[in-house]
Design a binder for this molecule. Structure first.
Ligand code: GCB
Length: 862
């Protein structure tokens, strides 16, 4: 009843006809401040680390953020029960209503809510305040990981107002019901619902709980009603079995057939109190150490991707519509599995996996190490409970995990004593065992999983024997060894642990779309090497029945603040870029995994610079057996695809070349611009870039200049001169300050005194690029833990040299360590007149130590 006596009667009557939404998303118009002084208006999703996690300074702000918002609660809502629900806040949140603290939540990737009924005022505005913190906290996982821990309220905030009888919201912020399938086969299926109902009223209440199961066409196929008596001021759990369904349509990635179950709670007059809906998918899964994964009794090789939730220019505050596109892209690639790493992602995405037909591995973020404290253990257990319960009802979710590479720090930490290490192994195992037992108990129809890194520690401690399926994160051919060592490792593990089911939960190299080479090598970031590694793994997994499957690391490039690769602060192992534009390997996967007819020309470079000869291999991907290729409108050759790939040597002409490929009713066409350089002296070029110390070509997106690969000198072209020292090619994997040319700086030519470029006579601006390799940037990959913070002690050897262009000194006693205190990109630019057909000779004359140089840019001025 309306209790606002002061309002005119007429108004009261008008109000009483209003129906109020049970759940409102209150994302817009929050105030945000870093210091409670300067406030700005923002919308949720929001993070305060969108920019600083990508700027030149190392580190990002890990601290406090304050949010506030006023919400009007009408007087008609006074009889209701009110909750505020946060779908994710990273990583700790304390909530205040009208100045009073209502609760605190730890953990940045699961939902939580609070009953705020007693804090509200009616017919007026109420103030919601949230203090958020993403400071490093030893008691909240993750402690340390290869991704950025963006702070903020980054998933929906909801205000929920319910009649006194409703599905409980108090069971770890779930929807208050769980679906089990006591029996599923192609002949029959049974659904059991565990409903948790609340009666907040002072009196008992008779209610009806109705169930309608409809098929994919929307027709109701089963109905059932339970008459229940809800005791006053209690929460009760009811287990209800629906009548058996005969000949159910099964759910699978090829045919993700979904039924829908609607649950309606009514009072004895038939008025609706609360409703819920969920997807129902009839399917069953198992895993066999010798034969791999089984879905609905049939073997299925799991092949797909890992996904992180952040996105270029958004941090983790990504609109849901964009995130859903990811799931579609992953499905279109042909994936039948996603590992949502290393934490639970937005629940809507799991629903999307139900709809599109993608099996899901989901996990909580206990990564790299654990803290031996009661608080850490407690937070971890609560987090796993939230995770299991909140993600329980999605038919796509088949694997549930709780730890990733949990001994990574142990393996690399050099400071710990042996006794400390033993201790660490023990308490880590203890926590793993608690979480494993919890997961098996709370999620009895799921497969428990854990992901390990390449180290015997997991076998020795027996932690690898805990979960039902073991995922190995394997980087053969990237961080260590070669691509084909994968198979050796898998066979060895299988032989030693024949009763253990295994899969490859991560693998993949970094790749940059601006890097290309005809001779791909480990750690060169070329797209060509990315294809070699992914296809190499694919073959080795296909050859082994016992390997359950593989999930590529990663679907997309993602933010990892400490990384310094060819793009700073980004882990570049994505099959698509940070903005989700596909890299070429994405199309290769599509050609081996997706059955819809498809053909695609791989375009590693827009512009091809061909030295000395005019042929170049073009790579085409297709899932057809045969096709045809046309060059500049003329038939050139038949194509035969093997594991999705055909490679054809094409004779290019100078300028634009149109390549068209056709397979079945599919076709693709693209234009390659070719520069065929036989003789630099007669080739009219205004800009020439050379990437020293490397076999890769790199195109700088900003200037459009392609820095060509290094080579030894041949007449009329360019290269390092014979007998000019070691001329050794090296790579320095660090962030380089003051540079947008990381890729040019990161490779160096060491101890090389003469470099010749046969440009024709004329006036030129010549820029040379340098970096002091002994200085390290302040944060390094965990895999290179020998790195320390930069300091002058890093300079082990002096390095002083003179720099000359055609005998003219442009820098004397060049000493980078002396002049630049940090790992800094240095450019030396001079203008020079080249005469008498002498070309350009760059001389680096050592006074002390070995010379180094990273790149050359020659720009014609006249
Ligand atoms: C791993 C980690 C993942 C990293 C990845 C990498 O094994 O599980 O979090 O991002 O390696 O790229 O090194």
């Amino acid at each position: 009843m309306n209790k606002l006596n002061s309002l005119p009667l007429l108004l009261c009557v008008a109000f009483s006809f209003q129906i109020f939404a049970q759940s409102k998303v209150i994302n817009s118009g929050w105030q945000f401040s870093e210091n409670k002084t300067n406030w700005e208006t923002i919308n949720i999703p929001h993070t305060w680390n969108k920019l600083d996690a990508f700027d030149d300074a190392s580190g990002y702000r890990r601290g406090l953020g304050y949010y506030k918002k006023q919400v009007f609660i009408a007087s008609e809502e006074i009889e209701k029960v009110h909750y505020v629900k946060f779908n994710a806040v990273n990583q700790e949140a304390t909530i205040f209503i009208n100045g009073k603290e209502v609760g605190n939540h730890k953990g940045g990737y699961t939902a939580f809510n609070f009953n705020i009924t007693k804090y509200l005022n009616y017919n007026t505005y109420n103030l919601i305040e949230v203090t958020v913190e993403n400071t490093h906290n030893e008691d909240i996982p993750p402690l340390d990981a290869d991704f950025t821990f963006y702070g903020g309220i980054y998933r929906d905030v909801e205000l929920i107002a319910l009649p006194k009888q409703h599905f409980s919201l108090d069971d770890f912020a779930t929807d208050g019901f769980y679906i089990n399938y006591p029996e599923v086969s192609a002949d029959e299926a049974r659904i059991e619902i565990t409903a948790i109902l609340n009666n907040a009223a002072l009196r008992h209440k008779n209610v009806k709980l109705k169930f309608n199961l409809s098929n994919a066409q929307g027709n109701i196929v089963k109905s059932h009603t339970e008459n229940l008596n809800l005791k006053s001021e209690t929460t009760e759990v009811f287990k209800i079995n629906l009548p058996e369904i005969t000949d159910p349509k099964l759910w699978s990635p090829e045919n993700p057939y979904l039924y829908k179950l609607k649950l309606v709670l009514q009072d004895n007059k038939g008025r609706i109190l609360d409703t819920k809906t969920t997807n129902i998918g009839f399917r069953w899964v198992s895993v066999d150490p010798k034969k791999g994964f089984f879905l609905n009794g049939k073997p299925i090789k799991l092949i797909g991707v890992n996904r992180h939730q952040d996105y270029e220019s958004y941090g983790n505050a990504v609109p849901l519509s964009l995130q859903k596109k990811d799931i579609k892209l992953i499905k279109d690639m042909g994936s039948n599995v996603i590992r949502f790493a290393h934490y639970p992602h937005a629940r809507e995405l799991y629903k999307h996996c139900d709809e599109l037909g993608i099996l899901v591995w989901t996990e909580i973020p206990i990564v790299n190490k654990v803290t031996n404290s009661e608080a850490f253990f407690e937070t971890s257990i609560t987090m796993q409970k939230e995770h299991i319960k909140q993600y329980y009802n999605y038919p796509s979710v088949v694997m549930m995990g709780y730890m990733n590479e949990i001994f990574l720090r142990l393996a690399f930490d050099k400071k710990e004593s042996e006794a400390e290490k033993e201790e660490r192994k023990k308490y880590t195992y203890q926590l793993a065992k608690l979480l494993e037992d919890l997961t098996r108990k709370e999620a009895p129809n799921h497969i428990t999983v854990m992901a390990l890194h390449f180290n015997e520690l997991y076998n020795d401690t027996k932690i690898a024997d805990l979960s039902m399926l073991v995922g190995w994160n394997l980087y053969f051919g990237w961080y260590h060894d070669t691509i084909k060592d994968l198979g050796v490792f898998l066979d060895d593990q299988h032989q030693r642990y024949p009763d253990r089911a295994i899969m490859i939960s991560e693998y993949g190299p970094g790749a940059d779309v601006n890097i290309s080479t005809t001779t791909p090598l480990r750690y060169d970031y070329s797209q060509e090497y990315q294809l070699l590694l992914h296809s190499g793994y694919y073959h080795q997994v296909q050859e082994r029945e016992f390997v359950t499957g593989m999930t590529a690391w990663n679907f997309a490039d993602f933010g990892s603040e400490f990384r310094g690769e060819t793009k700073p602060h980004v882990n570049q192992k994505g099959l698509v870029q940070y903005n989700r534009e596909p890299k070429e390997v994405y199309y290769w996967y599509q050609s081996v995994l997706n059955n819809s007819p498809f053909i695609h020309i791989a375009k590693y470079q827009n512009e091809l610079t061909l030295l000395e000869n005019n042929t170049h291999d073009v790579v085409v991907f297709s899932n057809q057996h045969n096709g045809k290729i046309y060059v500049n409108g003329e038939f050139f050759k038949d194509l035969n695809f093997e594991t999705g790939i055909a490679k054809i040597k094409i004779p290019f002409k100078e300028g634009d070349n149109t390549i068209k490929v056709v397979a079945g009713n599919q076709q693709d066409e693209t234009v390659f611009n070719a520069n065929i350089i036989q003789n630099l002296k007669t080739y009219p070029t205004n800009v020439l870039g050379i990437n020293l110390g490397t076999h890769i070509n790199y195109t700088d997106e900003v200037s459009g200049v392609t820095y060509l690969q290094d080579r030894s000198y041949s007449e009329n072209l360019y290269g390092y001169m014979p007998n000019s020292g070691k001329c050794e090619k090296k790579r320095i994997p660090n962030n380089i300050k003051n540079s947008n040319l990381e890729t040019v700086y990161q490779t160096i030519l060491v101890d090389c005194s003469q470099y010749k470029v046969d440009v024709p006579d004329g006036e030129y601006k010549v820029t040379l690029y340098f970096v002091e390799p002994q200085l390290k940037s302040n944060v390094e990959l965990v895999y290179n833990l020998n790195a320390s913070n930069k300091s002058s002690e890093e300079i082990q050897e002096q390095r002083i040299f003179d720099i000359k262009l055609n005998g003219i000194t442009i820098a004397k006693q060049f000493n980078m360590a002396e002049t630049f205190p940090d790992k800094y990109g240095i450019q030396e630019t001079a203008k020079i007149d080249i005469i008498n057909n002498e070309g350009l000779t760059i001389s680096l004359n050592s006074i002390d130590g070995e010379t180094v140089i990273s790149g050359i840019l020659i720009e014609k001025m006249d």
